[in-house]
Each structure stands twice: as structure tokens, then as C-alpha cells.
Design a protein around this ligand. Structure first.
Ligand code: AMP
Ligand code: MG
Length: 264
């Protein structure tokens, strides 16, 4: 899905992406394709683990109810937990705040052979903190550069990075928050903060736009995922992950030379 890949040198406007877009795809087709993609993801992950050379880092960002947890449940669950880690980044603890903002992030980057998922990430440190005025804007702009350097360093150390912004409309978020409130199993997910944040929707979109423009590097690209339709969102993220794993050209290690002589 090249259309969703943000080109590092072209102008970028979030408003030119339609959160409802499904690129003319039909739900029934994509649901069965998702199952095939999940099998491919699982096979490729196994090879990645055996090869033990490179790793894959998947960054999930988006507003509340945009589907970050949904991606973990419906797409990432295709991976064997033996070599997959999921880290959900919350409001930093006192200890985390006593370090630079990348400290807690760096220590959870997936090791060689692993897939790692960031459910929120270091991008909270240039979006959430900016909108909530937790640090001056100038510090956020310095951080863009620091993030770029950090990600380039990871890429040079064989960490493939995919960054997804799950793009929902304000209207769709309202619907999802109301659905959550009326469902006893999901009510716990909603808190007052979510409503306060909704009021600052335009500020969040500006902060995300700046983060995407300033931290979009060829080696670690941003994808804007139309996420109003969960079935399209799941399929397209699975497709991009599968393609990335294929492009990583993962190989099984060579069998030792004496392999043929082994008698069992
Ligand atoms: P949730 O993802 O719904 O469990 O909520 C986690 C909350 O932690 C969200 O409101 C995030 O914006 C917030 N959060 C995550 N990282 C940071 C950060 N570095 N600074 C401030 N708030 C953060
Ligand atoms: Mg939440």
C-alpha cells in the first residue's frame, strides 16, 4: 500500500487522508485475506527468530479508541509469543521521568530475532506532552531530531521500523467511546481524560502532523492508516507488516558442513 506510505520529501497534510477510505476493497475478501496474511506473518516470524540477526519494531500511534489494542488483538496475535514483545507506554513513572525520554523506550526495543510492538511510544513525548504543555514547544522540536538520530541508529543495527498512525475521525471516536460506555466489558476503558482530550482534537492533529513530517525518514517510514473501518485497518496493517518481513530477506542459517554425516 504505497499510497499510505508518507514520502519523506513530499508535502504532507493529514486532511488529505480520508479515515473512511477502503480503496474499493470488499470486507468479505479482506477477512479471508487477513487469515492468509496471518499465516504468512507467523512463518516469517519463525524464520526471523531462527536467523537471529535482525529485528522488527512496530510502532502504533493514534487517538484513544483509534484501534491500537485492536491491532494487537487481531493482527499481532498471529505472532508466536515466544519471540514477540508488546510494550504499552503509559504516563511516565517518577523513575522514567528522572531519565531522558528515550531511556524507557530504548530498553524495550526488540532483541535480534524478535518482533517488538510499541502500543504508544516515544511519539507521546512529542505529541501528548506538547498538547498538554508538559514541555516547551522548542524542546519538542529538539526531540524530533533526537528521535530521528535514535531511529537511524536502530536501523543501522538491523532493527526494521514500521510506524503506523491509526487515523480515525472525531465522529468515529465519539461512536466508539459511546459503544464502550454501553458495554459492561469495555466501560473500564473510558475515562474522563478521553473526553478532555477530544476537546483538543485539532491540537492533536497538528502535533501528529509535525511529528510525522519531522520524523519521517526513509529507513523508518510513517504510514497513515485509514482506521474508521476496523476490517480495512486490520488487513492493511497485516499486509504492510508481511511485505516488510518479506523485504527483510530473512534466511535460515546454513546447516553445518557435517550435517549430512549425522546419523540418528
Ligand atoms: P492508554 O493507552 O489508554 O492506556 O493510556 C495511556 C496514557 O498515557 C495516554 O493518555 C497517553 O497519552 C499517556 N502517555 C503515554 N506516554 C506518555 C508520555 N511520555 N508523556 C505523557 N503521557 C503519556
Ligand atoms: Mg485510553
Amino acid at each position: 500500500m504505497r499510497e499510505l506510505l508518507i514520502h519523506p520529501t513530499r508535502t504532507f497534510k493529514l486532511s488529505s487522508f480520508d479515515p473512511n477510505d477502503t480503496f474499493g476493497k470488499i470486507r468479505e475478501d479482506l477477512d479471508s485475506e487477513l487469515n492468509k496474511l496471518r499465516s504468512m506473518m507467523s512463518r516469517l516470524q519463525y524464520k526471523l527468530y531462527v536467523e537471529n540477526e535482525k529485528s522488527l519494531l512496530i510502532v502504533l500511534q493514534g487517538m484513544d479508541a483509534s484501534g491500537k489494542d485492536g491491532i494487537v488483538r487481531h493482527v499481532i496475535s498471529a505472532f508466536n509469543p515466544i519471540s514477540c514483545t508488546v510494550e504499552s507506554f503509559k504516563v511516565p513513572t517518577t523513575e522514567e521521568l528522572a531519565h531522558d525520554f528515550l531511556w524507557r523506550v530504548h530498553r524495550t526495543v526488540p532483541r535480534k530475532g524478535f518482533v517488538g510492538v510499541f502500543n504508544r511510544s516515544h511519539y507521546e513525548d512529542v505529541v501528548e506532552v506538547r498538547v498538554q504543555n508538559l514541555v516547551p514547544k522548542s524542546v519538542c522540536f529538539q526531540r524530533f531530531n533526537q528521535i530521528k538520530q535514535f531511529e537511524i541508529m536502530l536501523v543501522q543495527n538491523k532493527v526494521k521500523i514500521l510506524k503506523f498512525f491509526l487515523h480515525i475521525s472525531k465522529q468515529e471516536q465519539k461512536k466508539r467511546l459511546l459503544d464502550r460506555l454501553s458495554d459492561p466489558d469495555k466501560r473500564w476503558k473510558v475515562n474522563e481524560e478521553d473526553y478532555k482530550k477530544r476537546k483538543k482534537w485539532p491540537q492533536y492533529m497538528t502535533a501528529y502532523t509535525d511529528a510525522i513530517i519531522n520524523c519521517n525518514i526513509r529507513e523508518a517510514p510513517w504510514y497513515v492508516i485509514p482506521a474508521n473501518n476496523k476490517w480495512f485497518r486490520n488487513w492493511v496493517v497485516a499486509k504492510i507488516i508481511t511485505n516488510a518481513l518479506i523485504e527483510m530477506k530473512i534466511k535460515y542459517p546454513k546447516s553445518p558442513p557435517h550435517h549430512k554425516d549425522i546419523k540418528i
